[in-house]
Design a protein around this ligand. Structure first.
Ligand code: NDP
Length: 451
């Protein structure tokens, strides 16, 4: 018998004050428990204790001169979590909430997500408590140059290939790559998600949001249903949310909300492509607040709240971790939601997931449904190595195939009578995502000996 409670307590003792990391570990351990019991080699080789410990954590200070010529300091972290299958691969996050616990949870999740894509990449994550919101372009550039001056000592195209995440878009990736190139004197694919006219993969910006909607489409198809005519509630207005909204519009759904950290907008008439272009300009260029949308289009702005109280068929949380709690999940179910697809990483709390499973609605964890980004980044890495470029149609087709494959694996192996009161074939997407991710990395670690 594998005692999950004792194991999680041990991880907690070794990693005090890291609640998000412990939450992510607990979710994985809970869902792979039976699989580990059935396959004693993993306990014999002590894989679980090894897999929850990052291979390496790099931390340093980032000094910069602000626009008032004062020296400011931020913290920097890069978690190189696991390289059993390929180079560390995982985004960089700039947000004031960033700390070791959040980056370890993201790096840990990334291990399993990367595995599901079937591409040779493994888990890493990095970032800083730097807040780009109220900074000028020049200050953001100085910050990017300062941290890359240090980070470049630890990354190579074959060891660690970072990309964007919250607060890190095309502008930041451009500055970061420019500094890397200047110091190392090499034009290599050490970052993915670059500006499009160079090596960056086409539809890379769209990949996570589009991939999420492709995944939801597959989930609905198992119920002989589709997105057409559905009302969709989306949180966030950043990269993932923008392209999730776009793909929903293209597939005939009506998206009625978008949000940022100041509150949400409810647009009863639905967000159109034209209104979405306004959001893109507002968030990607003018860097304004989402309430401007409400003013411009006569929609409602609800300050300091999340959109889960709005009646919908489908909910797509696309902002940040733990943004959807148990009470919000109850509200969604009560209002008749039939599916929840996670675009963000770990946006639903364990209590919320329990509610979705109990109500037997379709629920996809971020590590399966937001893998579109890492999948196209993997394609970008191979095309960088080969000095190739692909058309956006080719990348989109590959993205659809990858999302379909991940979904099909979940359906084939994720049937979980335990989560299905009626003893039927409810698909527990989390279970399969975790088992599949775990098996691949655990087997590779055993083959590689003492890693
Ligand atoms: P962006 O920075 O582009 O957008 C983030 C959005 O979430 C913004 O609307 C932001 O509002 C909002 N937000 C951020 N933090 C909070 C918070 N604490 N409370 C409320 N709202 C918040 O990030 P992305 O769209 O790239 O990432 C969103 C999520 O998706 C993250 O969980 C990320 O890890 C995950 N993800 C992203 C991928 C990608 O390809 N970009 C790939 C896989 C996962 P505001 O502008 O006010 O800060």
């Amino acid at each position: 018998m594998f005692d999950t409670k004792t194991f999680v307590q041990l991880v907690q003792k070794k990693n005090p004050n890291e609640p998000e990391f412990i939450q992510a570990v607990e979710e994985v351990i809970d869902s792979i428990k039976e699989f580990v019991e059935q396959n004693p080699q993993y306990q014999k080789e002590n894989i679980l204790e090894r897999i929850v410990e990052p291979e390496r954590t790099i931390m340093f200070r980032v000094p910069r001169v602000d626009d008032e010529w004062k020296i400011q300091i931020n913290k920097w972290y890069r978690i190189q979590f696991n390289s059993a299958i390929g180079p560390y691969k995982g985004g960089l996050r700039f947000h004031p909430s960033v700390n070791l616990s959040i980056l370890k949870f993201l790096g840990f999740e990334q291990i399993f997500k990367n595995s599901l894509t079937g591409l040779p990449m493994w888990g890493g994550k990095g970032g800083s408590d730097f807040d780009p919101h109220d900074k000028s372009d020049a200050e953001v550039m100085r910050f990017c140059q300062s941290f890359m001056t240090e980070l470049q000592k630890y990354i190579w195209p074959d060891t660690d290939v970072p990309a964007g995440d919250i607060g890190v878009g095309g502008r930041e990736i451009g500055y970061i790559f420019g500094q890397y190139k200047k110091i190392r004197n090499e034009f290599t694919g050490v970052l993915t998600g670059k500006w499009l006219n160079r090596w960056g993969s086409l539809i890379r910006n769209e990949a996570t949001g589009y991939g999420l909607v492709y995944f939801v489409q597959e989930m609905l198809a198992t119920k002989k249903d589709s997105l057409k005519g559905k009302t969709v509630v989306v949180s966030g207005s950043g990269n993932v949310a923008q392209y999730a909204i776009e793909k929903c519009i293209q597939l005939g759904a009506k998206v009625v909300t978008t949000s940022d950290s100041s509150g949400y907008v409810y647009d009863e008439a639905g967000i159109t492509q034209e209104k979405l272009e306004f959001i893109k300009d507002l968030k990607n260029s003018r860097r304004g607040r989402i309430s401007e949308y409400a003013v411009k289009f006569g929609a409602k702005f609800i300050a300091d709240k999340k959109p889960w109280e709005v009646k919908c068929d489908i909910a797509l949380p696309c902002s940040t971790q733990n943004e959807l709690d148990g009470a919000s999940a109850e509200m969604l179910v009560k209002n008749g939601a039939i599916a929840v697809g996670e675009g963000a990483n770990m946006p639903s709390t364990p209590e919320a997931i329990e509610v979705f499973h109990k109500a037997k609605i379709l629920f996809s964890p971020g590590k399966a449904s937001n893998a579109g980004w890492v999948a196209t980044s993997g394609l970008e890495m191979s095309q960088n190595s080969l000095r190739l470029s692909r058309t956006s149609e080719e990348v989109d087709e590959r993205l659809q195939v990858i999302m379909k494959t991940i979904h099909a694996q979940c359906v084939q192996y994720g049937k979980d009578p335990a989560k299905d009161g009626a003893g039927g074939d409810y698909v527990n997407y989390i279970k399969w995502a975790n088992i599949a991710g775990f098996k691949k990395v655990a087997d590779a670690m055993i083959q590689q000996g003492l890693v």
